[in-house]
Ligand binder design. Structure first.
Ligand SMILES: [Zn+2]
Length: 298
C-alpha cells in the first residue's frame, strides 16, 4: 500500500493576540506573522504530522482571501463592491516561510478557501448573480493555485458550504481551479455530506476529505459507490474538547480500512481545530499520529 500520511485540515488554534492587533490598527505597525505561523507549524511537526499547513493563523479562513482580492472590502462583513480579480499572490509568502521551518521528510499542503464558500460568506453589492460571482472567485483561485503549486506538495480546497447547499455547477467550479495543475489536489467538505455523496464523487480531485468521526454513518453511505478518488479520513472530532485515545482512533482507522480498502491516503482531524484550546488540539494530533503508526499493515 502506498504511504498513508497524517495531515491537518483548515485552521489551527494559534491566534494573533489582541494587543498586537490593537497596535496594528492604532499605530499602523506591521504585525510579524511569522511567530504565529511558527507556533502552529511547530505543533504539527512535534506531533509527528506528515503533511503540514500554515495553520491559517493570519486571519479567519475567508478573510485571508477577501483581504487580498480586488473587488472585496472588509467592514463588519466582507463585501463585494467590484469585479473580483486576483492581483497579487494571497497565500504564497506564508507557504514559502513554512517551507523554511519543515524538517526533511515533511510535506506542505497549501489551503484555498473554495469559491462557493467565499460567495456564501460575503455580502454581494455588485454582481447580483451568485453563479457569476462564484465563477469569478474560482478564476481568481485558479490564478493563486497556479503560483502556489510551485511551492507545495498538494493543494487543498475547503468548501464547507457544499454540505449546506451544493450548487448544480459544483463540479465545474472546482474543475476551473484544478484543471492543468501539476500537484495533487484535495477537496474538504465538512458537515454531514451523506445526501451529496454522488455529487462529490463527480468532482475529479485526487482526495476527498470528510468528517468520518462526527458522522460515522458516512462509512455506509460511501460503501454503495465505486469511485476513483482517495479518502482523507477524518478521525478525531474538531468540535469536542475530549481527546480521543490512540486506541480509539486506531479502531476508527481500521473501520476506514475495512470500508475503503486501499483508498485511504490521508488521516486527519474531522475539520480545522481552531475552536479548541491549543493543548487539546496538539494532543489530538499526537494521538492521531500514534494511532496511524500502530496500524501494522502500513
Ligand atoms: Zn471543515
Amino acid at each position: 500500500m502506498k504511504k498513508v500520511k497524517t495531515t491537518v485540515i483548515g485552521s489551527y488554534p494559534v491566534q494573533i493576540n489582541n494587543m498586537e492587533l490593537m497596535k496594528k490598527y492604532f499605530n499602523q505597525t506591521e504585525i510579524s506573522w511569522e511567530k504565529y505561523i511558527k507556533k502552529a507549524v511547530e505543533d504539527m511537526v512535534n506531533a509527528g504530522i506528515d503533511l503540514i499547513s500554515d495553520g491559517q493563523t493570519r486571519d479567519p479562513f475567508v478573510n485571508i482571501f477577501f483581504r487580498k482580492l480586488k473587488g472585496c472590502r472588509i467592514r463588519d462583513r466582507a463585501e463585494v463592491i467590484d469585479k473580483i480579480e486576483h492581483v497579487e499572490p494571497i497565500t504564497v509568502e506564508d507557504q514559502k516561510y513554512v517551507k523554511t521551518l519543515l524538517p526533511p521528510g515533511k510535506e506542505l499542503i497549501g489551503l484555498l478557501t473554495g469559491p462557493y464558500t467565499l460567495t456564501k460568506t460575503c455580502v454581494d453589492l455588485f454582481y447580483n448573480d451568485e453563479k457569476q460571482l462564484a465563477f469569478d472567485f474560482a478564476d481568481a483561485l485558479r490564478k493563486e493555485a497556479k503560483i502556489l503549486q510551485k511551492h507545495v506538495h498538494m493543494i487543498g480546497i475547503d468548501e464547507p458550504f457544499f454540505s449546506i447547499s451544493i450548487p448544480e455547477y459544483a463540479r465545474e467550479l472546482i474543475v476551473k481551479i484544478i484543471k492543468g495543475l501539476s500537484c495533487p489536489t484535495r477537496l474538504h467538505v465538512c458537515g454531514d455530506v451523506s445526501n451529496i455523496v454522488p455529487k462529490l464523487l463527480e468532482i475529479p480531485v485526487d482526495v476527498l476529505s470528510h468528517e468520518f468521526k462526527a458522522s460515522p454513518h458516512l462509512f455506509n453511505v460511501f460503501k454503495d459507490y465505486s469511485f476513483k478518488q482517495h479518502i482523507c479520513l477524518g478521525s478525531v472530532r474538531s468540535d469536542d474538547t475530549r481527546v480521543e485515545t490512540a486506541e480509539e482512533i486506531k479502531t476508527h482507522i481500521e473501520k476506514g480500512i475495512e470500508t475503503f480498502n486501499g483508498r485511504i491516503s490521508q488521516i486527519s482531524p474531522d475539520c480545522g481545530l481552531r475552536l479548541l484550546p491549543r493543548n487539546v488540539a496538539f494532543q489530538k494530533l499526537k494521538n492521531l499520529v500514534k494511532a496511524k503508526e500502530a496500524i501494522t499493515i502500513w
